[in-house]
Design a binder for this molecule. Structure first.
Ligand code: 2HG
Ligand code: ZN
Length: 468
């Protein structure tokens, strides 16, 4: 009997799939660097089944890859090495709402958009939001501590997780924090699990804290004359308005979203753009803020949405970027520094990338109000992907040195996965890495949970993480 037959015998209700199309579909995420090659796909329907899978995996030493919507950009959900993919797709229900605590309990496979809808049905919001909302799952959001477009006001995923139910690498079920507001009783294991990229446990349920919806919001698009104006515009708008988003992109990014079907916002072209949203401010206050920017020479054009449809059209210019670039197989950088450090950091990396990437098209965008930049390098059509990735990797190592000098991070919100594994040690110290390896061994002594992702348990950087 093969280990897979044994799993099917033990958990007769468990859905297992092994068709070539399923192996391909569930074996990859939004990175396209690895050839999917999982052993099989398991689609559990309950925490008990997840527990059964983990116990079986320990006995047979089969690696597991926890899997949500697979919209990740770092290869964290890639299964290219004979792993069993554990898709939480069937565990996608809301389990209950507590109006006193304002906590929504959901299964980990629920899509972020469905979480938003469930919150709205209670007259509240779950404020973490980003473009992949329709396909990403809340479990995946938790695994990467997802950020997105509202962090400037609401923070990252970890701020909104009141409790977690997880199955650890040994098959233990833990109910962490149980929705408590105050809990000063030792290590907060819930927070340790958030952002662990499925290496410490499989999240099966989450208690999400909801909050009041904001007062009516407005969306404004600004055109800026220079990169240097960017942080000044942010500072001025933050001082005058209640910002809930402040997102920037360049003319190159605009070019690609328009080519992908978005509407051109202005008759003229400008080098830099900002989409910003603010809550509860009067139209007069917004206009005055815009005029002050123009007077100071910090903005050269602008538009304020007058309807929901216009607001959506402005947002599309920013939210459509990733999709519009996908066909160019971009190499993605997702870096962060403290907001105050941003101007010096920007100046330095602009010079660096201008020098190192003279032949590549580089598209800059991101959550500038959080100190988080996305730098996408597009693959020239004629170039082999492996050569392209190698060349980009060389520059990432240089970028990592600049990040280290500025106290930044090699991954702001996408996670390390496989893609950024060779660079993790550039912004985490040897002492930190040793502690992380130790923690991982405690939660997963047999190394079955997402092995080779984030870092290798033995401290090496294995080939699996780096082959193109
Ligand atoms: C975004 O902010 C996402 O749109 C994706 O984090 C960023 O594609 C990227 O590099
Ligand atoms: Zn982002």
């Amino acid at each position: 009997m093969t280990p897979l037959d044994e799993l099917a015998r033990r958990l007769p209700e468990l859905v297992l799939r092994t068709s070539a199309s399923d192996l391909e579909h569930y074996g990859r995420d939004w990175t396209r660097r690895w050839t999917p090659s999982p052993l099989a796909i398991a689609l559990p329907s309950s925490s008990q089944e997840v527990q059964g899978i983990v116990r079986w995996a320990n006995e047979h030493r089969v690696a597991l890859v926890p899997s949500g919507g697979r919209t990740g950009l770092s290869g964290g959900a890639v299964a290219a090495n004979g792993e069993l993919v554990v898709s939480l797709e069937k565990m996608n229900r809301a389990l209950g709402f507590d109006p006193v605590d304002r906590i929504l309990t959901v299964q980990a496979g629920m899509a972020l958009e469905a979480v938003h809808a469930a919150a709205q049905a209670q007259g509240l919001i779950y404020p973490v939001d980003f473009a992949a909302r329709g396909s990403c799952s809340i479990g995946g959001n938790i695994a990467t501590n997802a950020g997105g477009i509202r962090v400037v006001r609401y923070g990252n995923t970890r701020e909104w997780i009141a409790g977690l139910t997880v199955v650890t690498g040994t098959g233990e079920v833990l109910e962490l924090n149980r929705g408590l507001v105050k809990n000063s009783s030792g290590y907060d294991l819930r927070q340790l699990l958030i952002g662990a990229e499925g290496t410490l446990g499989i999240v099966v349920e989450a208690q999400l804290r909801l909050t009041d919806p904001p007062p009516a919001s407005q969306v404004m698009l600004l055109a800026l004359p220079s990169f240097e104006a960017l942080m000044q515009v942010f500072a001025q708008l933050r001082a005058r308005l209640t910002l809930s988003a402040f997102e920037f992109f360049t003319d190159r990014a605009l070019h690609h979203v328009i080519a992908h079907g978005a509407q051109r916002p202005f008759g003229e072209e400008y080098p830099y753009y900002v989409v910003t949203e603010f809550d509860g401010d009067s139209p007069e206050a917004a206009l005055a803020a815009f005029e002050a920017l123009v007077e100071a020479g910090l903005a050269v054009d602008g538009a304020i949405a007058q309807s929901q449809a216009q607001a959506a059209a402005l947002w599309r210019l920013r939210e459509g970027i990733t999709e519009s670039l996908a066909r160019h197989l971009p190499y993605k950088n997702d870096v962060s520094v403290r907001i105050g450090t941003m101007p010096a950091f920007l100046a330095e990396i602009q010079a660096l990338l201008g020098q190192e990437y003279p032949h590549f098209e580089v598209v800059w965008f991101g959550h500038i109000g959080d100190g988080n930049l996305h730098i996408n390098v597009l693959k020239p059509e004629a170039m082999e992907n492996a050569d392209f990735v190698r060349e980009c990797g060389r520059v990432t190592a240089l970028l990592a040195q600049v990040l280290l000098r500025h106290g930044g991070s090699i991954s702001a919100e996408h996670g390390i996965g496989l893609v950024k594994k060779p660079y993790l040690s550039s912004t985490r110290t040897p002492a930190e890495l040793a502690l992380m390896r130790g923690v991982r061994r405690v939660f997963d002594p047999n190394g079955i949970l997402n092995p080779h992702k984030l870092f290798d348990a033995d401290g090496s950087v294995s080939v699996y993480g780096e082959t193109a």
